[in-house]
Design a protein around this ligand. Structure first.
Ligand code: GDP
Ligand code: IMO
Ligand code: MG
Length: 446
């Protein structure tokens, strides 16, 4: 790899990774998705035309970019084929630029049945895309990998065993019926496989020998990471930087020269259940939802909205070893009279500055806020620092000083062109000229 950039969600997903990856991958020759599956919904808006990618790396929207679906993903082949065909029907060539790991685990219809069943008994608020059950069977050593489909007899046997397991679970444990047919699932899976078969390869070896620039596209966000997030209200993969090595099959050493950037909204959202200390359940939350158009890109569910949580974001900075932050959706805050940021949690008499593991603690804490006066001016589409009101600059400065990480880029609208760099970047080497959170960052752009 000539140079590497890792883009990670720094909150509870939907931070705007799709937009940012699309923007940045113009300067990369390959983009890699390496964990999660079609629970992801990455939105890109190009001159009013909307694309939402669930399985393919977002960088593939650029015709020059190769795309890798690496081994840590769980893939619903039917959706993958559909996504490829949909993009091709919109004029993009995709198939020939795509490499799918032979070690990728499949998401099968029975995983989705289990997802619904588990949700009906104890709600996590999943996307119902079969992600959790697919990882569950993977780690339970009952999963089916793409490479298993090369041998239809073996694939049939594995599917049959899986279906018997699922059948017993449904009927004997949950007392529910299902209408799945083994023959139909088997035939359809092989049919989808035939459509992508020539794109399947050992992507680890492919990446090891690849000499171009590679962008790694995280899905979900750090707070949804199965180990570092708000467990059990998380997804079933390591969606923080922890998932990079096992998700790609590449040694940790491979990433030693890569840059790690986190994407965060200028406020916070979350879909599904689970702790969200800064959630606003009243009018302000509703206003954030409407102004930010906060409805899920995968499920259409209204997202829960709240103020920016710097305790959680600091956790993401530390866990991921971030050396830069991309802040999105600043424009959504433009018309608020007051803007708050959470700088600590309070529990009884105690102040907490580090994101706690305990669900009980998380559900009890109250956010301690610093309040900013709203700037009440349009920042939508701003392309330079000089277009930002002083109030917005003060807000940005506070965030990066608290986190100890520079904000490198600001997204000021959903369109590809709506962004600005906050620091002069030498994209060729991906090294910032001002590597630490310089106090005089405004001067560097003067
Ligand atoms: P992802 O999952 O992290 O890729 O994010 P999603 O695509 O699920 O959700 C982000 C939403 O915010 C999408 O609808 C984007 O088009 C939109 N978006 C991204 N950046 C900005 C921004 O700076 N301002 C505004 N107003 N919308 C943005
Ligand atoms: P992107 O990549 C936001 C959430 C679900 C649920 C939990 C578990 O678009 O940021 P799962 O279906 O993964 O078992 O659901 O994780 N979730 C996401 N929330 N953005 C996502 O992806 C998400 N993927 C999963 O809402 O709370
Ligand atoms: Mg999303």
């Amino acid at each position: 790899m000539k140079r590497g950039l890792v883009i990670l969600g720094a909150q509870w997903g939907d931070e705007g990774k799709g937009k940012v990856v699309d923007l940045l991958s113009a300067d990369f020759s390959a983009t890699v998705r390496y964990q999660g599956g079609s629970n992801a919904g990455h939105t890109v808006l190009i001159k009013g035309e909307k694309f939402v990618l669930h399985l393919l790396p977002t960088g593939m929207l650029h015709e020059h970019t190769l795309g890798v679906v690496a081994q840590g993903m769980v893939v619903d082949l039917e959706l993958l084929v559909k996504e490829i065909e949909e993009l091709e029907s919109r004029g993009l060539s995709v198939r020939d630029r795509l490499f799918i790991s032979d070690r990728v685990h499949l998401v099968m219809p029975y995983h989705k049945v289990l997802d619904s069943l588990f949700e009906s008994k104890g709600k996590i608020g999943t996307t119902l895309r079969g992600i959790g059950p697919s990882y569950m069977l993977k780690y339970g050593r009952r999963g089916i990998r793409v490479c298993d489909l090369e041998n239809p007899d073996r694939a049939y046997r594995l599917m049959k065993e899986n279906m018997e397991f699922v059948h017993d679970l449904c009927e004997k444990v949950y007392c529910e019926n299902h209408t799945l047919s083994l023959e139909e699932i088997f035939e359809k899976t092989l049919e989808h496989y035939r459509r992508i078969r020539d794109r399947v390869t050992d992507t680890t070896r492919w990446l090891l020998q690849y000499e171009g620039e590679v962008l790694f596209e995280g899905a979900q966000g750090t707070m949804l990471d199965v180990d570092m997030g708000t467990y059990p209200y998380v997804t079933s993969s390591n969606s923080s930087a922890l998932g990079l090595s096992n998700g790609t099959g590449l040694p940790p050493r491979y990433f030693s020269n890569a840059s790690f950037w986190g994407v965060s909204k200028a406020y916070a959202t979350r879909v599904g259940e689970g702790p969200f200390p800064t959630e606003l359940t009243g009018e302000e939350g509703q206003e954030l939802r409407e102004r930010g158009k906060e409805y899920g890109a995968t499920t259409g569910r209204p997202r829960r909205c709240g103020w920016l949580d710097l305790v959680a974001l600091k956790h993401a900075v530390e866990v991921n070893g971030l050396d830069g932050l991309v802040l999105t959706k600043l424009d959504v805050l433009d018309h608020f009279e007051e803007i708050k940021v959470c700088v600590a949690y309070q529990r009884g008499q105690d102040l907490i500055y580090h994101f706690p593991a305990s669900l009980d603690t998380l559900l009890e804490v109250k956010p301690v806020y610093k309040t900013f006066k709203g700037w009440r001016k349009d920042t939508r589409g701003a392309r330079s620092l000089s277009e930002l009101p002083q109030g917005a600059l003060d807000y940005l400065e506070f965030i990066q000083e608290y986190l100890g990480v520079p904000i490198v880029m600001l997204s000021t609208g959903p369109e590809r062109e709506e962004y600005l760099w906050l620091r002069p970047y030498d994209l060729a080497s991906l090294k910032t000229n001002t590597p630490s959170p310089a106090k005089d960052w405004k001067k560097t752009m003067a």
